[in-house]
Design a binder for this molecule. Structure first.
Ligand SMILES: C[S@@+](CC[C@H](N)C(=O)[O-])C[C@H]1O[C@@H](n2cnc3c(N)ncnc32)[C@H](O)[C@@H]1O
Length: 252
């Protein structure tokens, strides 16, 4: 087999579309011809995935605000997945638990229909003040987002039955199991519930891990899987996204 490239003395073929790596692509070590390519480790893949859709200036600023107050914003890959899910569901009404400084809010808005409204709940008024700054910097019209300050479990009963196309749960992980019945009530048929950080940084997969957060995540994953009205999938995106589509009849 003749190898081409600068080392071999044989000129390379003209680059085709897709040959060149994305700007932030890490260099994957080359292997001898014929050998199975070495799989890059998970951290290298995560960096590549995160760089696939670089965040714009308002998102980077929101992320910086989150960092400054110690709020764990969703990572870029999870944000991009949220945008896809929102767009895919043709969402006009989205509810978010856990506004933080607005990183996930901005990603959700990117998938929301132009006439859509996002309702976002957070118990920390200071976080919502930062989110308001993030939204204004991104040029988001005030009518597009309804920020509600309060504890999720106290605010959720005030929201309309079947009034939402998508619900993101990223507030208090210990309350996720209690958000589930609320999601079933609030979502329309075909609506999507998303639980963020469902893999707890991968620790749920470690059989010896027994921390409260891990046990809660396992309980949640089981409850979602066993709920007959939900069609679930556990996605290894970022810290994990547990997503499920609501059906009106038991899922097949
Ligand atoms: C992980 S941060 C959310 C990050 C945000 N989703 C993002 O990606 O930028 C969790 C947020 O939930 C809020 N929170 C915690 N417990 C809550 C509760 N019981 N009800 C409502 N918000 C809560 C916190 O104040 C914090 O802003």
């Amino acid at each position: 087999m003749i190898e081409s490239g600068p080392q071999s003395g044989v000129p390379s073929a003209a680059p085709r579309r897709g040959d060149s790596p994305l700007p932030d692509a890490p260099t994957v070590p080359r292997t001898p011809a014929g050998a199975a390519p070495a799989a890059p480790d998970a951290a290298v893949i995560a960096t590549y995935v995160a760089g696939y859709q670089p965040e714009d200036a308002p998102l980077l600023a929101a992320r910086q605000r989150a960092r400054e107050v110690g709020v764990a914003a969703l990572d870029e890959a999870a944000g991009a997945a949220l945008r896809v899910l929102t767009a895919l569901s043709g969402a006009r009404h989205v509810v978010e638990l856990g506004t933080g400084a607005g990183v996930s809010t901005l990603w959700l808005l990117k998938g929301l229909r132009p006439d859509g409204v996002l309702t976002s709940i957070d118990s920390e008024p200071e976080h919502q003040r930062l989110a308001r700054q993030s939204l204004s910097e991104a040029g988001v019209h005030s009518g597009r987002v309804r920020l509600i300050a309060g504890r999720a479990l106290e605010v959720l009963p005030r929201l309309s039955d079947s009034g939402y196309d998508l619900m993101l749960c990223d507030a208090a992980p210990a309350e996720n199991l209690d958000y589930l019945p609320a999601a079933l009530r609030l979502l329309r048929t075909g609506g999507i519930v998303v639980f963020a950080r469902a893999l707890v940084g991968g620790r749920v997969a470690d059989a010896s891990a027994r921390g409260a957060e891990v046990l809660a995540a396992r309980d949640l994953a089981r409850a979602v899987r066993e709920e007959p009205r939900l069609v679930p999938a556990l996605l290894p995106v970022g810290a994990g996204l547990l997503i499920a589509v609501k059906q009106d009849a038991p899922a097949g």
